[in-house]
Design a protein around this ligand. Structure first.
Ligand code: SF4
Length: 430
């Protein structure tokens, strides 16, 4: 039996696409083996959100070549889409596929020999069709990612994604429903709606919207939890919150990317909302969803960010009190407008500012966890972790561990929340 091995960098969309490509190879009779093993085919699904993503992608290509000199190496994803010739020039690469045309990847790979060098990347900005890739089963997951849209047309001035993923393309509602029903039949109960710009779902289709999709999934048998992956605030408003507030299975966890808490910085980032609008969205979510966890992304050191602007961000982040936050330092991406700005920030200042935001958000995280001590919450258990503990997540995304010998994989159990240590909530089965 032929072997295929995969390596994925980057976001949930990339993880979804790799899982779908694995399924295509498995259906074609391949054995999927770990990337560290010798294989006939290696597929590297790349990320280009930072320059680190590009260099790590190249490292994994070289690792594959080292694992088997005869193997066919195919590279896909955002780095492949934005720099195909650069990727093809890496020793050992045989095929470069961008962010479309993956559904035919098996045939494309089987048409190759170890010496070919094929650039199969097309201009993604011309794409209008959502590429349907389908998953019926996840190898190592309890919770199922569902890709509902691709692309982004926001063009935040620091972001390379619109050039790598093309314009917004939404998946047909009936295809999403069919995939969820198939996965529910195979025992999955929690579904994470993911995409590049999830909140833009349906903008290119007349007949649906993100709110309508959530309410449709809410009616499906076998669905216990619906989760939204990261959502951009530009298109969120009180009407959207009203429209989703009656979806009983929608988890009260909203990851809404703030990036900056200063209106002047947001303007230079070309992000079309104000801190007042962001606060109103957060207030609306907290009013509509009991116990809602609001988490976010914050970028420090955007070009031109003065001490005064940063102080505004500090104060705004404190005011919101996020349940958690991913903090990034601005990373220059060639090809983006922000990269051309003269007023780049000293790396030491970026570092110090991200440390400061991490301090603030760590405190609000602890406050959020401490509020839950003594409560009993339902946890979906996923995996056994260190020395006898089993781990899972509450609906509002608190990671919980309980000490037990029971095999709890995929089970929902009530847990009395007892203690917080290192961002983990410890509890006892109720
Ligand atoms: S919304 Fe902005 S940050 Fe998000 S993918 Fe689109 S351009 Fe990038």
């Amino acid at each position: 039996m032929k072997k295929a091995a995969f390596y994925t960098l980057g976001c949930k969309v990339n993880q979804y696409e790799t899982e779908a490509m694995e399924e295509l190879f498995r259906n074609a009779g391949y054995e999927i083996v770990p990337f560290s093993e010798a294989s006939d085919v290696y597929v590297i699904n790349t990320c280009s959100v930072t320059s680190m993503g590009d260099s790590k992608s190249r490292r994994m290509i070289r690792r594959a070549r080292k694992n088997n000199h005869e193997a066919v190496i195919a590279v896909t994803g955002c780095y492949a889409q934005t720099a195909p010739e650069e990727v093809l020039a890496v020793e050992g690469v045989n095929l470069v596929i961008g962010n479309q045309g993956r559904k035919d990847i098996v045939a494309k790979v089987e048409a190759l020999n170890g010496y070919d060098k094929i650039n199969d990347v097309y201009d993604i900005m011309q794409t209008r069709e959502f590429e349907e890739l389908n998953i019926t089963h996840y190898e190592h997951r309890t919770r199922a990612f569902i890709k509902i849209q691709d692309g982004c047309s926001q063009f935040c001035s620091y972001c390379i994604i619109p050039y790598a993923r093309g314009p917004v393309r939404s998946r047909r509602e009936q295809d999403i429903i069919a995939e969820i029903q198939e996965l529910a039949k195979n025992g999955y109960t929690e579904f994470i709606l993911t995409g590049i710009h999830v909140a833009a779902y349906g903008h290119d289709l007349e007949c649906t919207s993100l709110a309508q999709l959530i309410n449709s999934i809410d009616k499906l048998e076998g669905v216990k939890r619906i989760r939204l992956s990261s959502i951009e605030p530009m298109t969120l408003n009180r009407k959207f919150i009203d429209d989703i507030s009656s979806a009983e299975k929608l988890c009260p966890h909203f990851h809404v990317a703030l990036q900056s808490g200063c209106d002047a910085t947001l303007k230079r980032m070309n992000r079309h909302y104000t801190t007042a609008q962001f606060k109103d969205i957060v207030d609306g979510l907290r009013e509509a969803f009991h116990d809602a966890a609001i988490t976010t992304d914050i970028m420090t050191g955007f070009p031109g960010e003065t001490d005064e602007e940063f102080t505004e961000t500090e104060n705004f982040v404190k005011e919101i009190g996020f349940a958690d936050a991913h903090v990034f330092q601005y990373s220059k991406r060639n090809g983006t407008p922000a990269a051309k700005r003269k007023e780049q920030i000293d790396p030491k200042v970026k570092e110090a500012r991200s440390k400061r935001i991490i301090e603030i958000t760590q405190k609000s995280r602890n406050d959020f966890l401490n509020i839950h001590l003594g409560q009993t919450s339902e946890v979906l258990f996923e995996q056994r972790v260190n020395d006898g503990y089993f781990e899972g997540k509450t609906a509002n995304y608190i990671t919980v561990q309980v000490k037990t010998n029971e095999e709890l994989h995929g089970q929902y159990r009530n847990v009395k929340l007892m203690d917080v240590k290192d961002n983990i909530m410890y509890g006892e089965l109720a």
